[in-house]
Design a protein around this ligand. Structure first.
Ligand code: PMP
Length: 436
């Protein structure tokens, strides 16, 4: 049975005001709730796995700020680390001990990179990695995959996922043709397309970039064999392989998708989790590749707020928890149990929905297909079902991201009680989605 709509009065009022200030009333497009029901919820506070909006509605949060909050909201160790730093200063634009500490924590537990550079967002990390690849190889072209989102820098806003696919506009206006021409887009999970691109653009491709596990256009889990093929073909052509681990880094494990696939990428980008909820991104590679970055080398990249001390303090506190033995195993097990319960329900009911999952990431796909590994396999019409489910979930106190192309996350703060409550609500929401 359909649940009664929650009150959105206060949120609606705030949204009307916000529309006067910001394009579409928001500072990042998907937040506008354009592809789901109703006005966006204005969030007042979060604690552990729970969120409260301006109308006083309480939700169990499966969006987790789009991934960074692997420890939930208001984690005591992160809060205390940030508070301790606040009294010492917010920004110096000069080196601090905290940058060393976060770098040491990452590098000593990650065999895939030898040096790292901190920036302030995932977009900045990937934009810088692309420049580094171009500077290092002295080539211009890059290859990306349809549906993979790598932030909003010009070269990468071509056939991208996330907000672009949500709004049915896979490439952005305002990107000069000359830039877009340097970005070649091919389908995921297509070895032939990959071989052909190296024939068509022989000795011109600086880098191939792929999301560790593509998670911005649904969750498109690639076969290990395909990723190894990608590694071999790039190596054979002197092309760098960039793993964009902004979502998968420190989410699939401390060593992210590189470890998951057992692959040595040439450059890895990070974001989200490494800031513990504060704005941070990073890119890393071998010492040899990183020596091309200024001031050691000729590839320029800088930032007033890079390595910001408050963000570093939050990141250190977060990663110290994640580095503890058994952290990821436990989170993964919890996720599996959660997903399995829903899977057995949908199988029993014979509903046309699949729940794909990797690590503590999950995605509801309204499809009969057993596997979805490329963007083209997703039927945009299936998003109508997501819209119904999303409304029903919000009305039952469950917060999923406001787009069916986006994935969900489980955090260590989700308790058994939270997850049991969510499973019941999801079952009810699916019944309304499929049976009205
Ligand atoms: N790369 C990937 C894989 C992402 O998922 C995102 C953001 N979701 C970005 C890059 C861009 O990160 P940010 O939003 O922090 O700029």
């Amino acid at each position: 049975m359909k649940a009664q709509d929650i009150s959105r009065e206060k949120s609606a009022e705030l949204f009307e005001k916000a529309k006067k200030y910001f394009p579409g009333g928001v500072n990042s497009p998907v937040r506008a709730f354009k592809s789901v029901y109703g006005t966006p919820l204005f969030i007042e506070k979060g604690d552990k796995a729970h969120l409260w909006d301006a109308d006083g509605n309480e939700f169990i949060d499966f969006c987790c700020s789009w991934g960074p909050l692997i420890l939930g909201h208001n984690h005591p160790a992160i809060r205390e680390a940030v508070q301790a730093q606040l009294g010492k200063g917010l920004s110096f634009g000069a080196p601090t001990l905290l940058e060393n500490e976060l770098a040491e924590l990452i590098l000593s537990n990650n065999k895939y990179i030898e040096k790292i550079r901190f920036v302030s967002s995932g977009t900045e990390a990937v934009m810088s990695a692309i420049r580094l690849a171009r500077g290092y190889t002295k080539r211009d072209k890059i290859v990306k995959f349809e549906g993979c989102y790598h932030g909003h820098s010009d070269s990468l806003l071509v056939k991208a996922g996330s907000g672009l696919v949500t709004f049915g506009e896979t490439s952005s206006a305002g990107v000069p043709k000359a830039f877009a021409d340097e970005t070649i887009v091919i389908s995921l999970n297509d070895k032939k397309a990959l071989e052909q691109v190296f024939v068509d653009f022989k000795d011109q491709i600086a880098a191939v970039i792929i999301e560790g596990v593509p998670a911005n256009n649904g969750l498109l889990i690639q076969d290990k064999e395909y990723i190894h093929f990608l590694r071999e073909i790039t190596k054979a052509h002197g092309t760098l392989l960039i793993f964009d681990e902004v979502i998968t880094g420190f989410r699939l494990g401390f060593e992210g998708a590189a470890k998951y696939y057992d692959i040595q990428p040439d450059i890895i980008t990070y974001g989200k989790i490494i800031g513990g909820g504060m704005p941070v991104g990073a890119y890393g590679a071998s010492a040899e590749i990183m020596s091309n970055i200024s001031p050691d080398g000729a590839v320029y990249q800088a930032g007033t707020l890079s390595g910001n001390p408050v963000a570093m303090a939050a990141g250190i506190a977060a990663l110290q928890v994640l580095a503890q033995p058994g952290f990821y195993e436990k989170l993964e097990k919890t996720t599996q149990q959660f997903v399995e319960e829903i899977r057995s329900f949908v199988t029993e009911k014979n509903y046309e929905v699949k729940i794909f999952t990797v690590g503590s990431i999950f995605w509801f796909a309204f499809t009969a297909q057993e596997k979805i590994q490329s963007a083209e396999q997703i039927d945009p019409a299936s998003m109508e079902k997501y819209k119904v489910m999303h409304r029903e979930l919000l009305n039952r106190g469950i917060y999923f991201g406001p787009s069916g192309y986006e994935v969900g996350f489980i955090s260590a703060a989700h308790t058994e009680e939270d997850l049991n409550k969510a499973v019941t609500a999801i079952k009810e929401a699916l019944m309304v989605t499929f049976e009205g």
